[in-house]
Design a protein around this ligand. Sequence first.
Ligand code: ZN
Length: 420
Amino acid sequence: MSSTTYSLKARYVFPVAGDPIADGVVTFDRERIISVGPSVGDEADIEDLGNVAILPGLVNAHTHLEFSHLDRPIGYRGMTLGDWIARLVSELRIEDRPPADAVRRGLLESLMSGTTALGEIAQPDWSADDFQAVPIDCTVFLELISPTDAGVDEVLKLAHRHIAAGETYQQMQLGWRWRPGICPHAPYSVHPRLLSEAAAISARHKVPLSFHLAESPEEIEFLQTSGGVFRDMLELLEQWDPSAHRPGRRPFDLLRVLAPAHRLLIVHGNYLEDEEIAFIARHAQTMSVVYCPRTHHYFGHIPHPLEKLLSSGVNVALGTDSRASSPDLNLLSDMRHVAHCHPAIALKTVLRMGTLGGAKALGLEGELGTLEVGKRPHMAVLPLPDRREADPHSLLFDQNAPIRSTWFGGNCMDDPTSLG
Ligand SMILES: [Zn+2]
């Protein structure tokens, strides 16, 4: 065994690609997993971690790290999305801009809670330097906003620049620390021409596309009538373009526009209807829904159509969304929330959504999301309670212990201060 090979043993290894393995051992080097299986007795080179679970690194498919400095969500539970956005804009973007280290704080918090890959929604002034010290695999979706036709070309230029920067970064072979994606923001903030161009750019450059869709009743009202709080907001901001937002639409119309995207992450999907869910299921190779459980809870939406999405064959990923609408960036807490609020869903499916589901949504299922030979050795270690369970997945979710450490190859991250 070479000196750069590592073997970890745990009470349970959860490969996600198969059943939990009791007394499991994961062997890996800096780049790849070499083997996953039960302990065979020769333990000289094996580090026994004891009563813990080894999980694939968690994948947080949707967050906005720029708000990671917040101690608690903006506003109050049950407020409308329109009121929340108005407060977000007035409190954070104009009067009191987020501190420069917010992104870095968010990355550290994510890392320490077991996240090894995430989908980040970034502003045009985002800095790749913020991502260098923390080894999380980031897909950086540049947020694209232009409700009017007049602003579309400028925003498209930003998108092209962002993708070119990502391609240059990857050619430099500095690793895969970040890759570009694009995020036309939402139905009320994106001109139809921007949406169709974004889908074409995603297809041409093979980059993933995130879009907030079917998130709130106000958004559905805006699509149906061109009216409501989002119309008022656009008029107030002098961004109302009457030619852009014709009435009589629904999320289905926008899904069709976005169908050519290389990978489409439909963020939230709280108000998706059956026909829309069936459409997403028919495009399951490229489309995913990202459910943000505790953010969904914060806004007091109707129950999420999670069960229907899963039974229809839709790939569902999980996201924390930001600290502006969720208490923290701990994806395991969102998984526990799902396990608690959706008891009909098998716990192994909850684990899958927080790992492989996210990897697939981001187009990384060949590299991450499961513990399988050849994949990257990104892992999270969780202490387990002493009791026994018929389904070992109960040990993960029916308890409150935090992740103990996060592994990237041979690097064990269990102390944020070690990263400066
Ligand atoms: Zn979002």
